[in-house]
Write a protein that binds this ligand. Structure first.
Ligand code: GDP
Ligand code: IMO
Ligand code: MG
Length: 445
């Protein structure tokens, strides 16, 4: 018999990533028996600040910082084994106990040729753009990926025969046989993509490297679907840690300017093997404004001094690539859509402190399109380019709010801003984050 109660919760981003999911997962993790990642790979960058110490997690769930809690890398994650081991070492060297880390035998492996293909495809797409003004979201434009090999690794998963799973790294004979076939195919494809036509991935060399990495991972590799079910059957609780975010979901985001997985809450089941009825609470994390990294439309993007101020105050530079993040006002049309897709039962508004000092705050409540005004989101990266936001303007606040610990301690203007968001989206705001530290959080009764 499998466990049947809704004893799992989730933290999922409702924008284009970097909403502060890592901070929230770290805060909540001690209340759970396991934290599980279900999608993405080293494209994610989750920053957690504990006692003034900053940790950057890419593949390892943020729950690793909570002693005694399982940190599970689910089957839906694409794993770069060398990066995972490097991340473990960095954490161990800083005194973090990594003994509760478990990796699914069914997670797919990001191979060296995936990273090369990711970079080559991006290069080719950028050089195909003739009109540079449309480079961020034209019909042909680079996606602006993290170049971590994410798209090609997921493509091989769907292709099936050319995929390598973590379990394969533990079976040297199988791996060698597969790699002989795969490398000949990859070299042919990459030769067509490479300007010099010199792709020469060597199956034996890659197999030696991957078998050695697999040996290091072996003690952590398990059937995590059964492990998660065992935890639930024993009355334990699970927290899902979303990576990337709802607007980057391959089916429901601003396609094609998205990542290659179901990075909304909808990816939880396939990415872990936990059935839908297990999930009760879904916390949608949203910044008090918008950010985006890479290409693709962002209707409320700011190109003026206000955008620069928010970028500087919010330290909006990527955790994974260091790229400056694009900044804009909060887009309530997009947020309401994302809350619908991810089934958010509550919202957590983060980085509210960053807006302190702005005279006025704008919220997009509709889009003007060539064919008229609309209040529904357009989940198409090309069509969305034409959306001109219709703003509602609210009074800003100038007080420093990083010390606020209750909703009542916030300035009236900040309270009104939060209340407007919850009224528009129709989902209550349960938590407000006013700084990167664990304690800098308001939990509403
Ligand atoms: P994630 O990918 O969703 O985990 O978010 P990132 O870690 O990539 O980016 C969020 C950034 O904001 C990190 O540098 C956090 O330390 C920081 N952060 C999180 N919450 C707050 C907050 O309420 N206020 C401020 N000022 N920074 C925050
Ligand atoms: P976290 O978990 C922000 C974006 C990339 C690019 C697009 C596709 O830290 O919120 P990919 O490498 O996945 O093929 O890139 O998706 N992207 C993210 N942006 N935060 C992330 O993760 C992201 N993961 C992917 O910038 O535009
Ligand atoms: Mg991030």
């Amino acid at each position: 018999m499998t466990a049947s109660t809704a004893n799992a919760s989730a933290v999922v981003g409702l924008q284009w990533g970097d909403e502060g999911k890592g901070k929230l997962v770290d805060l909540l993790a001690p209340q759970f028996d396991a934290v599980v990642r279900y999608n993405g790979g080293a494209n994610a960058g989750h920053s957690v600040v504990v006692g003034g110490e900053r940790y950057a997690l890419h593949l390892i769930p943020s729950g690793i910082l909570s002693p005694g809690v399982y940190a599970i890398v689910g089957n839906g994650v694409v794993v770069d084994p060398a990066r995972l081991l490097e991340e473990m070492k960095i954490l161990s060297d800083r005194g973090v106990d990594v003994s509760k880390l478990v990796i699914s035998d069914r997670a797919h492996v990001v191979m060296p040729y995936h990273k090369e293909e990711d970079a080559l495809r991006e290069e080719l797409l950028s050089s195909s753009v003739s009109d540079q003004t449309s480079a961020s979201c034209g019909v042909i434009a680079a996606i602006g990926t993290t170049k971590r090999g994410i798209g090609p690794a997921y493509a091989d998963k769907v292709q099936r025969a050319t995929a390598i799973r973590i379990g394969d790294l533990l079976c040297p004979a199988v791996l060698r046989e597969k790699l002989t076939m795969i490398c000949s195919m990859k070299n042919a494809v990459l030769n067509a993509l490479r300007p010099d036509g010199q792709a020469s991935f060597d199956p034996d060399g890659i197999a030696d490297e991957m078998i050695a990495l697999g040996e290091q991972l072996r003690p952590m590799v398990k059937d995590t679907a059964y492990l998660l079910d065992d935890i639930r059957k024993a009355g334990g609780t699970i927290l899902f840690e979303g990576a990337n975010a709802t607007m980057l979901d391959v089916d429901h985001g601003t396609f094609p300017y998205v990542t290659s997985s179901n990075s909304s809450a909808l990816g939880m089941g396939p990415g872990t093997g936990v059935p839908p009825q297990a999930i009760g609470r879904i916390i949608g994390v949203v910044k008090a404004y918008s950010t985006r990294v890479g290409g693709g439309p962002m209707p409320t993007e700011l190109f003026d001094g206000v955008g620069d101020e928010i970028r500087t105050r919010g330290r909006e530079f990527g955790t994974t690539t260091g790229r400056p993040r694009r900044v804009g006002w909060l887009d309530l049309v997009a947020l309401k859509y994302a809350a619908m897709i991810s089934g958010a039962t509550e919202l957590c508004i983060t980085l509210l402190d960053v807006l302190s000092g702005e005279d006025e705050l704008k919220l997009a409540v509709a889009y003007d399109m060539p064919d008229g005004r609309r209040d529904r989101f357009i989940a198409d990266g090309h069509a969305l380019v034409d959306a001109k936001p219709v703003y509602e303007t609210m009074a800003g606040f100038s007080q420093e709010i990083t010390g606020a610990r209750t909703f009542d301690e916030l300035p009236d203007e900040a309270k009104a801003y939060i209340q407007r968001i919850e009224a528009f989206v129709g989902v209550p705001v349960g938590m407000i984050s006013v700084g990167p530290d664990r304690e800098q959080t308001i939990v509403r009764a």
